[in-house]
Design a protein around this ligand. Structure first.
Ligand code: 5GP
Length: 206
């Protein structure tokens, strides 16, 4: 019987580059499974339903909340975002490592329900740098930039509650550090109990 897979949560301030880092990590480590979130926001150009997100109508999302289908969900800028149990638990139990890319509030909610989750906080080199990045992205309205800016300071205060903090200054360096964390976590003795038993010829309880 395989040991459980890792539950890796990539989070951090809005606009810090979580999506970019996540995509490169997924390319470099194709064995990782990406947890596709559900959202009520409209797809952006190039986004594919079922790959980037499950794009749901508000009513559908709210029904799923009632049916307890979400490990966590948040309402951000008038849209819901949530992690479906169906994306997580079975995969981890089968020994697959699952990567989530979610906001800071969601990450804290995950940690409460799944204390074993590995929380990685991506930091900007500075608050000014992050504000400039938000302005440069070009997909945001003025109003949403204002709302996002207001969140940055609150989000930064949560960093100590995470297991790891990584500054996203040079993307390649940041990716390298995130991948190192994943590789080291895979080798933790406590995460390899069944492997150890197998090597020692002991019985494995299912
Ligand atoms: P965007 O609309 O730019 O794709 O995402 C906005 C924010 O929602 C990002 O910070 C992203 O990490 C976060 N997010 C995406 N999926 C989820 C989710 O399932 N749960 C939570 N809590 N946040 C999410």
């Amino acid at each position: 019987m395989k040991d459980n897979g890792l539950f890796i949560v990539l989070s951090g301030c809005s606009g810090v580059g979580k999506g970019t880092v996540q995509k490169i990590v997924m390319q470099d480590m194709p064995e990782l499974m990406f947890s596709v979130s559900a959202t009520t926001r409209k797809p952006r150009a190039g986004e594919v339903d079922g790959k980037n997100y499950y794009f749901l109508e508000k009513e559908d999302f709210e029904n799923r909340i009632k049916n307890d289908e979400f490990l966590e969900y948040v309402k951000l800028f008038d849209n819901y975002y949530g992690t479906l149990y169906s994306e997580i638990d079975k995969n981890i139990a089968e020994g697959n490592d699952v990567l989530l890319e979610i906001d800071t509030e969601g990450a804290m909610n995950v940690k409460k329900k799944r204390p074993n989750a590995i929380l990685i906080f991506l930091l900007p080199p500075s608050v000014d740098d992050l504000v400039n990045r938000l302005l440069g992205r070009g997909t945001e309205t003025e109003e949403s930039i204002k709302l996002r800016k207001a969140k940055i300071n609150d989000e930064l205060k949560m960093a100590e509650k995470y297991d790891y903090v990584v500054v996203n200054d040079v993307v390649e360096t940041c990716v390298d550090k995130v991948e190192s964390i994943i590789k080291a976590e895979r080798l933790k003795a406590t995460r390899n109990i069944n492997k150890l038993k197998l090597i020692r010829g002991e019985d494995i309880q299912c």
